[in-house]
Design a protein around this ligand. Sequence first.
Ligand code: ZN
Length: 391
Amino acid sequence: MSINLKSPVFAGNPIRSKTPKSTDPFSPTPAFETLKILISNQTHIQDSSSLTFKILPFRKGRPLARSTGDLVKKWHLGWLSFDEFKDVLEGSEVVLSEDLLVYLGYENEGDEKTQKSVVYWGVDVSLGDSLVQKFGGQQLCFVQLTTLMVATDWADEKTMGQLAIAGHARALLEWHSTSRFCGSCGEKLIPIEAGRRKQCINTSCKKRIYPRVDPVVIMLVIDKENDRVLLSKQSRFVPRMWSCLSGFIEPGESLEEAVRRETWEETGIEVGEVVYHSSQPWPVGSSSMPCQLMVGFLAYATSVDINVDKKELEDAEWHSREDVKRALTMTEYGKAQKTAASKVDQICKGVEKGQNLAADFGVESGELLTMFVPGPFAIAHHLISSWAHQV
Ligand SMILES: [Zn+2]
């Protein structure tokens, strides 16, 4: 089975495709001014207003979500109106302040006469322990983004868009929570431009910092002559999962050099030609790296003898096209997705307490597979399947 996604998972965000002009009421600064008035005056936005706000709470990197459906379960983000959000904070540990909210983007709704702009905000409510119970009563729950990622039907464009919004929001909020102090003078950093930048409060410094993206090279190493690819196993992977090699870029290095160096360091294989394939934002890594950008390459090997660095990898092996095709055909990614969607449903309805769902797994029927590769939510899947299915 070959799955072609319109955009990689976490890309194709529908509310940030265009940057509005700074004078538009729905652009970050004017929308933030409106938000401040709402917070300070305690007034409600009139129904006739052409501007409405939707707010998505996060707790410890997990977005608020709910689930619907009888036989087929589907998750949705737990967007709240400004009034709903204000109500829910009452009596909680979280004090409503404009500094909590980060601008995520906007969308126009309705036709020319009835048009409304909806501005979307993310908010970190990690301090609000009591909110978990409050939301629980409404069958809303904070769910790990990796769980939602696995539970997403990749043919459903709307849910894919929601996943991209949640990924963008998580990356921004994690960046805020880990970038608290100025790297130059050590003073406090405060959010500016509706939370899209930060600035040092020291008037003689005023250093500005921007949301961080960490590039990672990910490569499918190909032995053209013997028609096989180099895949690796890591102890953190689920058993029998094989994937591409990957690694960080050193200062002063090109992407191609990083591909060659990482492959050599981890497996002893020499790489010659390096060809760009595609990229994918990855906002579900550790909190010290709020958003990685996976840059995918096909890398052509010029040597074949493997010498695995056991500190980095559990194992690395050449796999034939036949074996890889078989793994791609036999792994039931659709079934894994439905299992994860049911799990989200159970979590939201309070049936399932734990969230110990592996970020990547295969659901097999009948014959036990000797290997499988990551699901279509990972760039590794697309690197591997594009090679396996090439004519
Ligand atoms: Zn400073």
